[in-house]
Design a protein around this ligand. Structure first.
Ligand SMILES: CC(C)(COP(=O)(O)OP(=O)(O)OC[C@H]1O[C@@H](n2cnc3c(N)ncnc32)[C@H](O)[C@@H]1OP(=O)(O)O)[C@@H](O)C(=O)NCCC(=O)NCCS
Length: 191
C-alpha cells in the first residue's frame, strides 16, 4: 500500500475514532479511569501499527522531517513484541477504542551508551487529564522491571514536560540535542 492509501485508510478510522472519543468524553467515561485492565500490546493488535505511526508523526514529525510517516510505520511494525524490546503498549477503552500508547526501545536517537528508553507517550487529546498518560508510563515501567532493567530513560522536547515526569518519580540528568532540537534527558531508577 502506498503512503497516500495508508493515510486515507487511517484518516477514515481516525474520524470514526474521534467521533467515538468525543462521545465518550461527553459523559460516558468517568473523570479518572481505572487503567489496570486496559493495556494491550501492539503485538496483539498489529492492525493498529498505522494508527500508532500516525499519532507519532502528527505529534513529533515537526522535530525530524526525515522521519517520514512511512518510516514510522516500519518502526512501529518492529515494536510488535510482548516480552522483548522494542515494544509498544496501547490503552484500549472498554469499548475497544485505542486512546493512547507508550513504547520501550533500546535507542531513541541520542546517547547510545544508555537505555532502554520510554518513548512515544501519547494520549488522544479528547481524553487527556484522566490519568491515562500516567498509567501508560507506569505500565512501561512495570514491563521494563519485569524484563530485568534497573533504569530507564526518556527524552522530551517540551520544556514543561520534565515537571510532569518529575511528579512520576523521574529525575533530570541533563540536556542534549536530538535531530537539532534541544531535549531534556531524564532517568528513572527501577530498583
Ligand atoms: C503528556 C501526555 C501523554 C499526558 O497524558 P494525560 O493522559 O493527559 O496524562 P495524565 O492524565 O496522567 O496527567 C495529566 C497531567 O499532565 C499534565 N500535562 C499534560 N501535558 C503536559 C505538558 N505538555 N507539559 C506539562 N504538563 C502536562 C497536565 O497538565 C495534567 O496535570 P495535572 O494532573 O496537574 O492536572 C499527553 O498530554 C500527550 O499525549 N501529549 C502529547 C504528546 C507528548 O507530549 N508526550 C510526551 C512525550 S515525552
Amino acid at each position: 500500500m502506498v503512503e497516500a492509501d495508508v493515510r486515507a485508510s487511517i484518516g477514515k478510522s481516525l474520524r470514526s475514532h474521534k467521533r467515538r472519543a468525543a462521545e465518550s468524553s461527553a459523559g460516558a467515561l468517568p473523570s479518572r479511569v481505572d487503567c489496570t485492565s486496559n493495556f494491550v500490546y501492539l503485538a496483539e493488535l498489529k492492525h493498529l501499527v498505522g494508527l500508532c505511526a500516525w499519532w507519532a508523526f502528527k505529534t513529533w514529525g515537526k522535530y525530524n522531517s526525515a522521519y517520514t510517516f512511512t518510516r514510522r510505520v516500519e518502526s512501529f511494525a518492529r515494536h510488535c513484541n510482548l516480552n522483548e524490546i522494542p515494544l509498544t503498549v496501547l490503552y484500549i477503552d472498554d469499548e475497544g477504542l485505542p486512546l493512547g500508547m507508550a513504547s520501550l526501545r533500546l535507542n531513541d536517537g541520542i546517547r547510545p551508551d544508555i537505555g532502554p528508553w520510554l518513548g512515544s507517550v501519547y494520549v488522544d487529546p479528547a481524553v487527556r487529564a484522566r490519568g491515562i498518560g500516567t498509567e501508560l508510563v507506569k505500565e512501561i515501567e512495570r514491563k521494563a522491571r519485569t524484563l530485568g532493567y534497573m533504569k530507564i530513560y526518556l527524552l522530551t522536547y517540551e520544556d514543561t514536560l520534565p515537571d510532569w515526569y518529575a511528579g512520576l518519580g523521574w529525575k533530570t540528568i541533563g540536556k542534549d540535542v536530538c535531530h537539532g532540537n534541544e531535549v531534556t534527558v531524564m532517568e528513572l531508577d527501577l530498583s
